[in-house]
Design a protein around this ligand. Structure first.
Ligand SMILES: Nc1ncnc2c1ncn2[C@@H]1O[C@H](COP(=O)(O)OP(=O)(O)OP(=O)(O)O)[C@@H](O)[C@H]1O
Length: 287
């Protein structure tokens, strides 16, 4: 499988908010992280992919098939975890397994049992007694046990403690060892994506602000801390955003290697995805 998801020129206009000309791919055997500030359009993008809302323009191919028009698209091949649990409060975890066994052709009961154990999910509690994190774990266990090819997760690791998040991220990494598998995951927790994502798509105000291979993005950008005088001498073309205070300047620099060659006296440190996001959103800030 070449691309599990292909999105071309996706547009959705809510009036007060517009998702504009969003294009990106989720290649087979990879994890793509969708990041962006609150209200950037991450959930809107995912809802369009899942055809939960109608797009106004553009094209979306899921597993090579148009997500609206192509009836050969096998919905069972797609596992979905949204930020709210969809299971009824009066069920217990094993009941969920019994129901889904009848729904999914490739349902793996043994795998579901393994996940319930691994994620310490009790068999004797009703879902209404589950914490948010437990509900999330149950949704992820169910999605993986349906043996999908493509997994789509919207804010699915929020509410999970760091140890469980780590376990789940490892499961995601196992899942994509198969070149026919792929994951699209939206998250505010950019450090999670830094750990597992191969590619990052950064949405800002309904548009793709930055996208690319995660390692290349982290290579391309750097953090410069310097005096105001040094900053004044830097070509603005390198500066994505800067914070200026009475003590000096901190800036996100693009094209880091060229910058280093041009300004050997200035030190550029590595950046995190979070820093790339914050600087790009805020631009130039004086304090
Ligand atoms: N049904 C709707 N009608 C009108 N506007 C909507 C609707 N659903 C979402 N929006 C708007 O679309 C914008 C993007 O929302 P969306 O949920 O896609 O953002 P997000 O990036 O997922 O944000 P968050 O990180 O807060 O979940 C917001 O301004 C929101 O108010």
């Amino acid at each position: 499988m070449e691309n599990a998801i292909e999105i071309r020129h996706l547009t959705k206009d809510y009036g007060s908010f517009k998702l504009s000309d969003v294009s990106f791919c989720v290649p087979g055997g990879s994890i793509v992280g969708l990041i962006g500030e609150n209200g950037a359009g991450k959930s809107t993008t995912i809802k369009c992919i899942l055809n939960l809302i109608r797009r106004d323009a553009g094209e979306i191919l899921l597993l090579g098939r148009d997500n609206i028009k192509d009836e050969r698209l096998v919905k069972e091949d797609i596992g979905v975890v949204l930020d709210e649990s969809t299971f009824h409060d009066t069920l217990k975890a094993p009941d969920v397994g019994k129901i889904l066994r009848r729904v999914y052709k490739h349902w793996d009961s043994g795998l579901f049992q393994d996940y319930l154990r691994k994620f310490s999910l009790p068999a004797d509690k009703y879902i209404k007694e589950f914490s948010r994190g437990m509900k999330m774990k149950l949704s992820i266990a169910a999605a993986l046990s349906s043996r999908p090819k493509l997994l789509i997760l919207d804010e699915a690791t929020g509410g999970l403690d760091p140890v469980v998040r780590d376990e789940i991220l490892d499961e995601f990494l196992n899942f994509i060892q198969d070149e026919d598998h792929a994951i699209l995951i939206s998250s505010h927790i950019t450090s999670d994506l830094e750990k597992v994502a191969d590619y990052v798509v950064y949405l800002h105000r309904g548009q793709v602000a930055i996208q690319g291979a995660k390692d290349e993005l982290l290579e391309q950008y750097g953090r410069l801390v310097c005096s105001r005088a040094d900053m004044a001498a830097v070509d603005d073309a390198f500066v994505v955003g800067r914070r200026t205070s009475q003590f000096g300047c901190e800036a996100l620099i693009q094209n880091k290697e060229k910058f280093r060659r041009l300004y050997p006296g200035l030190t550029v440190d590595p950046v995190t995805l979070e820093e790339i996001m914050v600087f790009t959103v805020k631009g130039d800030v004086q304090s």
